[in-house]
Structures are given as C-alpha cells and as structure tokens.
Design a protein around this ligand. Sequence first.
Ligand code: SAM
Length: 223
Amino acid sequence: MEQLQTENNAAGGLSDLTDVLGVAVSPAPTFPILTGRVGTNADQFPDVLEMYVPEGATVADVTYGKGVFWRNIPDGKYNLLATDLQTGTDFSRLPYENQSIDALVLDPPYMHGGVTVKASINECYKNQNTSHASVVRLYAAGILEAARVLRKKGRIIVKTQDEIESGKQRLTHVELISILESFGFCILDIFVLLQPSIPAMREQYQKSARKNHSFAIVGEFRS
Ligand SMILES: C[S@@+](CC[C@H](N)C(=O)[O-])C[C@H]1O[C@@H](n2cnc3c(N)ncnc32)[C@H](O)[C@@H]1O
C-alpha cells in the first residue's frame, strides 16, 4: 500500500493535507493514540501494536512484503515471524501449530487487478484477484487460517482499503468486519489512515470521490 502511495506522490500529488484536516502527522506512537492519522503505514502501525499487542508477543506477519509496517518498530520488541508468498509461504497454509500465535497481521492485495491497476503493482503484490469477490475470498482464506493458528484471545490486524468495481462502491472493510465476526472474532477497533498527498488521477473527470484512506481492523479471536 505504501508503494501505491509513493507512486501517487511521485505522480504529482498535492502538498500535505495536515493543515486542511487538522490531524497530526507525528512520529508514532503518540499519546493519546488516535484512531485516525495522516501518514504512512509505517507511521500508524506502531500505534496499532502499542494499543493492542503486548511487547514480547509472537506476531506472524503473513504478508510481510517489504516490511514497511515494521520500519518504526524497534528490533526485538516482538517475536516477529515474517512470511510472504514471495518467500514461499501462502497465508492459507501457515507452518504453525494450532493456537500457537499471539497476533497475526494480514495485508493481502486489497484491490482487484484490471485496467485501472498498474501491471507493476499487480506483480509486486502477487495480485491474482480478478474481481472484488476474489479480493474478499483471499482475505477470507487468510482469516480462516488465522482462526486456526491464533491462540484464544489472540489478535488479528487486517489492513484493507475499499474499492470501486465497475462504478459500484465495494466497502471491503464492512465485508471483512462481517467475515471476522462470522469466523469467531470480536472487533476491538478500526484505525483509519489518510494519505498525506492527493492521489494522482488518470482522467480529468470523476464519478465518485477518489479514495485516499485505508483501514486497519483489529480483532480478537474468541472461539
Ligand atoms: C499490500 S502488500 C503487503 C505490504 C506489507 N504489509 C509491507 O509492509 O511491505 C501484499 C503482499 O501480499 C503478498 N501475498 C499475496 N498473496 C498472498 C498469499 N496467498 N499468501 C501470502 N502472501 C501473499 C504479496 O506477495 C505482497 O507482498
């Protein structure tokens, strides 16, 4: 997701939104920890962990990618188990015992591929989603496996962004909350991240507001 932001910024985004929105951009974690901020995943992730994952916990980041989420987390603060499809581990078949993990981070490709998504981004994210339904199925597979490996009261952090498919709003975060609850998770919180720059536009017209926010949903595994 950060790569998308970087590309958007490089593509001529406008300046900082902080003044407009009046939301702090500051090194994380802040006090008080807020549910919303302007910044990057690297800025917000420490807030999420600080609030919901105790130091020393065993955390499986199953879509580690480039490790952007961890850039502002001190080494050794958590027992990090970093895996990704790129390094040979599919999050639907994790190499962990049942109920052995304290917290799990899931950040799969959040958009379906297609003409509006750059081929380089699809390649980087190993994005094989061809529809919004396939995006949701991929998340569901990760959440199902999380329900196996997380211990009772273990935490899941699901990163996502809504999308538009054929002109129709797809509120992925709402669908994922429903899936999490159906799979035995209780929702503890939802964090919102606003991009610091105005995203680039392909066309000079728009039929709906351009999305410039993403979510980190925090759930607790109950049963
Ligand atoms: C949005 S990126 C994650 C970025 C990451 N959170 C970071 O901080 O750099 C999506 C990641 O999901 C991985 N991925 C896609 N499908 C996967 C699967 N079935 N199992 C595991 N990882 C997968 C991709 O390889 C990619 O690294």
